[in-house]
Design a protein around this ligand. Structure first.
Ligand SMILES: [Zn+2]
Length: 80
């Protein structure tokens, strides 16, 4: 079952935070979901672990949803 969040984000989404990383990039990839959220700066590759509540406070918006990416078949589906 899928739980609806106030701000919906998922694994492998690219998200924008309220404050950019010191490297100047404000695009983070969610690489781990759970009690804590681990996200990786797409600019320098630095990864940060945040409690979910803090992540949600800092989250500005989802730039690229991994789920939406899957809807667009950019590459042919793997066949056996
Ligand atoms: Zn960075």
């Amino acid at each position: 079952m899928v739980t609806i969040e106030r701000k919906s984000f998922g694994l492998h989404d690219i998200v924008e935070m309220k404050k950019p990383h010191p490297c100047g990039t404000n695009a983070w990839k969610v690489i781990r979901m759970g009690m804590d959220i681990r996200m990786k700066c797409t600019g320098c590759g630095h990864s940060v672990l945040l409690p979910r509540s803090r992540f949600e406070k800092r989250l500005k918006k989802v730039l690229i949803s991994a789920a939406e990416q899957e809807k667009e078949p950019k590459k042919p589906p793997e066949s056996l």
